[in-house]
Ligand binder design. Structure first.
Ligand SMILES: [Zn+2]
Length: 208
């Protein structure tokens, strides 16, 4: 099973591994996660966990672990290894998934979930909204550093799209997911929306 948040397999109580153990990687990611915290004004715990064999996952939970205020993001070690094998900017692919998960933390903290899930038969709007926030983060980084590989964010989320449109767990098609990232990117990079403005725009962009 490849994807994000196949929650049926995750309890929220998984044993947390604090570091990937990959030299240099943990420090670089910690810097990026600190940027995410500043961009979104959320401070979740972050750690790794071991998925079951054959799974590939990362997820966000409101459960407070690691003594951080805003829930917890857990990243599967198999998901990490899979993303790091990508040829183009693997670190950015990992960060795109982290930014999406931090987007879910934003949804918890700012009470967006009820609006996003109202009258929906799937979680798609919730997921596309998290993709929007990932894109918003990438757009902000691109403003700071023109070499930032923002396009990798869209490509990564495109790769996790699915076509199970009638399944409750449908996250959006590949094109819908990439488009949500691009909308968030433009909100930050082109329209220069503040994060508060992006909270509203991010709902509107997914029809919530
Ligand atoms: Zn998600």
């Amino acid at each position: 099973m490849e994807g994000q948040e196949i929650i049926a397999y995750a309890s929220g109580n998984e044993e947390i591994v604090p570091k990937s153990g990959i030299a240099g990687f943990d420090r670089a990611l910690a810097n990026s996660l600190a940027r995410l915290t500043r961009a979104f004004d959320v401070l979740p715990g972050f750690g790794y966990y071991d998925e079951k064999p054959g799974e590939n996952n990362a997820y966000a939970t409101p459960a407070v672990r690691l003594e951080k205020a805003d829930g917890t993001v857990l990243f599967g070690t198999r998901m990490l290894q899979s993303l790091l094998q990508r040829r183009e900017s693997p670190d950015a692919a990992v960060l795109a998934v982290c930014a999406h998960e931090y987007g879910h933390i934003v949804q918890y903290k700012y009470n967006l979930r009820n609006k996003l899930l109202a009258n929906q038969s799937t979680v798609k709007r919730l997921e596309l909204n998290a993709d929007y926030f990932a894109g918003y983060f990438a757009g902000g980084r691109k403003l700071e550093n023109s070499n930032f590989p923002a396009a990798v964010f869209a490509a990564t989320q495109h790769s996790f799209g699915d076509i199970n449109t009638s399944s409750k767990g449908h996250h959006g098609t590949p094109d819908e997911r990439a488009a949500a990232v691009v909308a968030g990117y433009k909100a930050a990079h082109d329209k220069r929306l503040t994060f508060q403005q992006a909270l509203e725009d991010g709902l509107a962009q997914v029809g919530a």
